[in-house]
Design a protein around this ligand. Structure first.
Ligand SMILES: Nc1ncnc2c1ncn2[C@@H]1O[C@H](COP(=O)(O)OP(=O)(O)O)[C@@H](O)[C@H]1O
Ligand SMILES: [Mg+2]
Length: 233
């Protein structure tokens, strides 16, 4: 295995708030890592750090320069133009000619089940459709590493399954996945490894089966125990 991302002793501060404390994370090619923890535990900050969007107060971030990285945000940014244009523009910005970009965009939208709304204004799409649009955009960019921030939060069960199926397709295509989730069922379905955060610290980092076999994680806090027990969706 070779590392695509290596984060060492990372601290992040937002004024008086320390959002991450001495976080170490080595991500290898092909891993499917779930970041879990209560609201405010630092999941989004960690994803943004991994994507190079947040400066470190201390520590270092090493990324494989040859690996293409994409991030799907919790509330994806969509432009006030058609769904097809939203995807095509991302390709065009990477140097694909417009006509080819449009064709690929339509293909990607079909793949995520959005063929019928491809010409509709992206801002008028539902939350679930916008999530899938963001995934189609990411799919076109063929990332080696895909970061997703709570990709199915606030989606209905059907849309949730569709997004999960897409994430599985990325994984099958060899994409390394790192995703924040509150849904432990989803974590069990998709992750190979679980990283548990509490108040900006990594309290556990283990293969998925080992993580849920809490007997082997005696160092976990009471909060972690409640978190893991309390959610089964
Ligand atoms: N841009 C920001 N400015 C100030 N504080 C922030 C900012 N982003 C996150 N935080 C704080 O950092 C901590 C971690 O937040 P976040 O990474 O969003 O957690 P999570 O995604 O697990 O809910 C929280 O205390 C949050 O309020
Ligand atoms: Mg978050």
């Amino acid at each position: 295995m070779s590392a695509v991302i290596r984060l060492q002793s990372a601290d992040v501060r937002f004024g008086p708030v320390q959002a991450l404390h001495a976080v170490d994370l080595r991500i290898d090619v092909g891993e499917r890592i779930a970041l879990i923890g209560a609201n405010g535990s630092g999941k989004s900050t960690l994803l943004r750090v991994l994507h190079g969007l947040v400066p470190l107060a201390r520590g270092s971030l090493l990324r494989d320069g040859a690996a293409r990285q994409a991030m799907v945000f919790q509330r994806p940014f969509v432009m006030r133009t058609s769904a097809a244009n939203n995807v095509a523009l991302a390709l065009w910005l990477r140097g694909t000619r417009w006509r080819a970009a449009r064709e690929q965009a339509l293909g990607a939208l079909a793949r995520v089940g959005l063929a019928e709304v491809a010409l509709r204004n992206a801002r008028a799409l539902s939350g679930g459709q916008q999530q899938r649009l963001a995934l189609a955009r990411a799919w076109c960019l063929q990332p080696d590493v895909l970061l997703l921030d709570e990709p199915t939060a606030s989606l209905d069960p059907h849309a949730k399954r569709e997004v999960e199926a897409l994430m599985a397709q990325f994984a099958d295509a060899g994409t390394t996945l790192v995703f924040a989730s509150h849904n432990l069922g989803q974590v069990k379905r998709l992750a190979s490894r679980v990283v548990y955060l509490e108040q900006g610290r990594v309290l556990a980092d283990a293969p998925v089966a080992e993580f849920f076999d809490r007997v082997r994680l005696p160092e976990l806090s009471r909060e972690a125990d409640l978190f893991v027990k309390g959610e089964t969706a």
